[in-house]
Structures are given as C-alpha cells and as structure tokens.
Design a protein. Structure first.
Length: 145
C-alpha cells in the first residue's frame, strides 16, 4: 500500500502499462493476420490425427526454439489482451499453435471450436485473400467420409 502513495511511482507504472498495451495492440494487428494467412486451409484437420515424430538437426532445433519463444510471447500477450485492448483469444490460439506442448491438440480443439474464434479466423483469411479454413466436422472435411 505504501508503494502507491507516491504519485510519481504510480504515474511511472501506469505509463509503462499504457506503453506495453499500446505496443501489444499494434503488434497483434500486424502479426495475427500474417500468421493466420500463412496457415494451410486444412491446418485444423490434422489435429484429429496423431503427430508424427521427427528427427532433430541443429537447424530444426533452432527453429523449434524460435517457434516456442515466439509462441510463449504471443501466449503472454494474448492473456494480457484479455484485460487490455487487443485480440486476446486469437493471440492465445496462435501462441499455442507455435508452442510444443503435450496438451497442444486438446487446447487447439477447445479454442478453435469456439464459433467466434472460427468466424474471426476465417474473416482474417478472407481479408488476406486466402481460402477459409476447413474445420473438422464441416462439409468440406474429407477425413470424415
């Protein structure tokens, strides 16, 4: 309590939070459409099957580390955007897509199953002139036939 009685300290903390909020908001406006546009239209269909193991080379290990670091940053930014301006759920979903987690498939199916998230992702694809995603259980899903 005593920390926030000094108005200059409180003003500095609020200034930093406002700056961070501003930066994450504009980064999400730039990064999310780019990342969503790079995904294949059938990207979410492959989560119904088991992932196949890969061998690691030095290059693939560096790529894996970079993807996980970017994924963690997006995940943290998405959680912050739940309370700050920004596209919180989409940022969390993209962060989870990049991170290598044992429960990744369940989290993606849970988040991508939300109607609002699906609509937003397809809208972003349309804005980037990409075909919409093929969702599990949709008429275009050929794995169900």
């Amino acid at each position: 309590m005593e920390l926030f009685t000094h108005s200059s300290l409180l003003q500095n903390v609020l200034s930093w939070l406002a700056g961070i909020s501003f930066i994450t908001f504009f980064l999400s406006l730039l990064l999310i459409p780019y990342l969503v546009g790079r995904l294949a239209p059938d990207y979410f269909l492959k989560f119904s099957s088991k992932p196949n193991p890969r061998t690691l080379t030095a290059r693939s290990l560096l790529k894996l580390i970079a993807r996980n670091v970017l994924g963690i940053l997006l995940l943290i930014a998405g959680i912050a955007m739940l309370f700050l301006p920004g596209q919180g759920l989409l940022t969390i979903l993209l962060g989870i897509l990049l991170i290598s987690l044992p429960v990744k498939h369940r989290l993606i199916i849970l988040l991508a199953g939300l109607r609002g998230v699906r609509r937003s992702l397809d809208w972003l694809r349309k804005k980037r002139r990409k075909p919409p995603f093929i969702w599990p259980g949709s008429a275009d899903d050929t794995t169900q036939r």
